[in-house]
Design a protein. Structure first.
Length: 562
C-alpha cells in the first residue's frame, strides 16, 4: 500500500521436489536463467521446504515464486503450496507436473478455481525449456509488478494509503501501464517528496510527473491529459467511425476499424477496459489457460488500437449524439465534438455490486460476478451460494447443483415469484440439494487469500449468521449507460439498446425507421449507429462475446458505408 522499498537481499525462487533427479534438473534451469537477480533455493521434501520458508520469513527475505512437485506419501504439492500462501501470501505458486501423474492433474480444476495455486506446468526436460521459462517469467513479472521504486518510476505519488482518491489515482496509472511509485504521506519518502515539490500534505494526492510538473489532488482527466494532452485533438474532429466506450467491445471495434483502413476515434469516459478491466483474472477467455487480468488485456488492446492508428479521447464522457446531414456528431463533456460517418456504441453496463469491501477484495478468488459456469465443476463435493432472485440466478443455482454438494440461493425479497419464471421455481423446488433463503442479504465475509466465509443477515428478524463456503456467485442485475442517447434510439424497459431483429414488429421495422432496407444485425433504430457488447439488448455478458461483437460491428460499418 505504501511505497515498497527495494529488497535488501535478492528475492527467492524456491523449488521443492521429492524426486532427486527431477529436482536437480529444475535447479539447473532456475540457476541458469534467474540467479543474477534472484536467490535460488531447492529442497527435497515438504518438511524441508517449510523449514526453509520459516527461515526466509524470520530473516524478512521475500519469496517471489515457489515451484512444487511432491508424489511420495505425506503432504501433497497442492497442500504444500497452500502452506506457502500462509507465510508468503504474495508469492506466486506453480504446481510442477509429471506427464504421467494423473492424480495431480485431476486436482487442477479445483486447485485453480479455489485459488490454491497460480498455475501449473510440466517439469522441464532436456534443454531448451522455453515453455517452462515462459511460465516462470510471467509469474515473476506478476510478482514484481507491485514493487514500484524510484529506479523505474515515471510518476511518483504521495497520498494517504487508504484514501479512495489515492486508490483511484493508482488504479488509473495501473490501467494505462504507467510505471509509478506510491509513498504514504507519513513516510519519510513521502515527506521528502512533498518537500522537493514544494507542497504540503493538506491536499492529497500529490502527483510528480516527468519534467518537474506537479499535480495536486488532480482529477482523472488531468492525469490522462499529462500523457495524452487534450490540446492534441481539435475541438471538432471528423473520422470514418466513432467508437463510444473503451471496454472489450469498444477496443475490439477500435482495433478492427483502424486495422482495416477506417479512421477511428475511441471515446472513453474513464479508464480503458470497462468492467472487465477491473477483473483480477479472466479465466474463460480463449487462449489464456492461466487466465489474464482484465487490466492487462485492456492495456494490450489499448496499445494495439493505438499502433493501428486509432485516436483516443479519454476521461471525457459522451453527452449527446445527433445527426448533421451525412454525419453523426458526438458531443463530449468538455464541449468538443467528434463526427463520423458511423457510430459504434459500446458503453457497457455497470454491474451492481454487493458493496461489501471484504468480498470485493476476493473477486475472482471465490467471489464471482455472473454465473461463472467454468468454475462449477471445481466445486464438486463443496457448497456454494448464489445471490439473486431473477432467472439468471435461478439458472446458475440449477447448473451449480449438478456439481456442488449443496447450493443456497439468497434472495433479498420475500418470494421468488416476483422475479423468476414459474418453470425455474418448480425446478428449484424439485432439487434436493438447492435451498432457498428469502429475505436474506450478504453483509460480510472474508478469507485468507480466497473466500472462506459469508455473513448473512435475516432482514425480517435482524439476525446475523456466519456460514462457511468456497464460492459465491452474484447475479443481481446490471445497468446500461444509455441515458445520454437521443430518444429516437430505442431501448428496452431496462435501458439496453434494441438492435437488428429486436427492432422489428411482425417482420417490419418499427415506426421511425427511415430507410427501405431493414436494420442490420447490430444496428440501432438510428441508421448508422451500431451497438456492441453489454449495452445491447439480449447480449451475452462475456468478454469474448463483447470482443466478437466489436469486430462484427466494424464489418457492418463497412457494409453501411458502401
Amino acid at each position: 500500500m505504501s511505497g515498497t522499498p527495494e529488497p535488501k537481499v535478492r528475492p527467492v525462487i524456491l523449488a521443492v521436489d521429492d524426486e532427486r533427479e527431477d529436482l536437480e534438473l529444475v535447479e539447473r534451469e532456475l540457476r541458469k536463467r534467474y540467479e543474477a537477480d534472484y536467490g535460488v533455493a531447492c529442497e527435497g521434501s515438504a518438511e524441508a521446504g517449510l523449514e526453509r520458508l520459516r527461515y526466509f520469513e524470520a530473516s524478512e527475505q521475500d519469496v517471489a515464486v515457489v515451484l512444487a512437485a511432491l508424489r511420495k506419501p505425506g503432504m501433497s504439492a497442492v497442500g504444500f503450496l497452500v502452506r506457502v500462501h500462509d507465510a508468503f501470501p504474495l508469492a506466486k505458486r506453480l504446481l510442477l507436473l509429471d506427464p504421467m501423474d494423473r492424480e495431480s492433474r485431476a486436482l487442477l480444476p479445483r486447485a485453480m478455481a479455489l485459488g490454491l495455486i497460480d498455475y501449473f506446468e510440466f517439469k522441464p526436460g532436456v534443454p531448451p525449456n522455453e515453455r517452462f521459462h515462459r511460465v516462470v517469467t510471467d509469474l515473476l513479472e506478476e510478482w514484481v509488478r507491485p514493487y514500484h521504486s524510484e529506479a523505474n518510476a515515471l510518476v511518483r505519488v504521495v497520498g494517504e494509503g487508504w484514501s479512495r482518491r489515492s486508490h483511484e489515482t493508482r488504479e488509473l496509472l495501473e490501467r494505462y501501464g504507467v510505471p509509478y511509485a506510491f509513498y504514504a504521506a507519513g513516510s519519510q519518502e513521502g515527506r521528502d517528496l512533498l518537500e522537493q515539490t514544494g507542497h504540503g500534505d493538506e491536499r492529497l494526492p500529490v502527483v510528480a510527473l516527468p519534467g518537474g510538473r506537479v499535480l495536486v489532488d488532480p482529477q482523472d482527466k488531468e492525469i490522462a491529459d499529462a500523457f495524452v494532452p487534450a490540446d492534441e485533438h481539435p475541438s471538432r474532429q471528423t473520422v470514418d467511425v466513432v467508437v463510444i466506450g473503451g471496454g472489450p467491445a469498444g477496443l475490439s471495434a477500435g482495433v478492427y476499424g483502424a486495422s482495416e483502413g477506417l479512421s477511428t476515434a475511441i471515446i472513453e469516459r474513464a479508464a480503458v477496459g470497462g468492467q472487465a478491466g477491473a477483473s483480477s483474472l479472466i479465466r474463460n477467455y480463449l487462449g489464456f489457460a492461466r487466465g489474464i487480468s482484465g487490466q492487462r488485456l485492456a492495456y494490450q488492446a489499448f496499445q494495439q488500437a493505438t499502433l493501428f492508428g486509432a485516436s483516443f479521447r479519454l476521461m471525457r464522457p459522451a453527452t449527446a449524439l445527433h445527426r448533421a446531414g451525412e454525419e453523426l456528431v458526438v458531443t463530449l463533456s468538455d464541449g468538443a465534438e467528434v463526427a463520423g460517418r458511423a457510430i459504434v456504441v459500446a458503453t457497457g453496463a455497470s454491474y451492481r455490486r454487493l458493496g461489501v469491501p471484504e468480498l470485493e477484495a476476493l473477486n475472482g478468488a471465490g467471489v464471482f460476478y455472473g454465473a461463472a459456469t467454468t468454475e462449477a465443476r471445481a466445486l464438486e463435493g463443496r457448497g456454494a451460494y448464489v445471490v439473486g432472485g431473477a432467472n439468471s440466478a435461478g439458472q446458475a443455482a440449477l447448473h451449480l447443483s449438478r456439481y456442488a454438494s449443496r447450493v443456497t440461493l439468497l434472495v433479498r425479497g420475500g418470494s421468488l415469484e416476483a422475479g423468476m419464471s414459474d418453470y425455474l421455481i418448480r425446478e428449484i423446488e424439485a432439487k434436493g440439494n438447492v435451498e432457498v433463503r428469502l429475505n436474506t442479504l450478504v453483509v460480510g465475509g472474508g478469507g485468507e487469500g480466497r473466500l472462506e466465509r459469508l455473513v448473512l443477515e435475516d432482514t425480517v428478524f435482524g439476525r446475523l449468521e456466519t456460514v462457511n463456503t468456497a464460492a459465491l456467485f452474484v447475479l443481481i442485475g446490471a445497468e446500461p449507460r444509455t441515458g445520454w442517447l437521443p430518444e429516437d434510439i430505442f431501448r428496452d424497459g431496462r435501458g439496453f439498446l434494441l438492435t437488428g431483429q429486436d427492432l422489428k414488429r411482425e417482420g417490419r421495422p418499427r415506426p421511425g425507421w427511415s430507410l427501405e432496407r431493414t436494420p442490420m444485425l447490430l444496428e440501432t433504430s438510428m441508421p448508422g449507429v451500431f451497438a456492441a457488447g453489454d449495452v445491447r439488448h439480449r447480449s451475452v455478458k462475456r468478454v469474448a462475446s463483447a470482443v466478437g461483437e466489436g469486430s462484427i460491428a466494424i464489418q457492418l460499418v463497412h457494409e453501411f458505408l458502401s
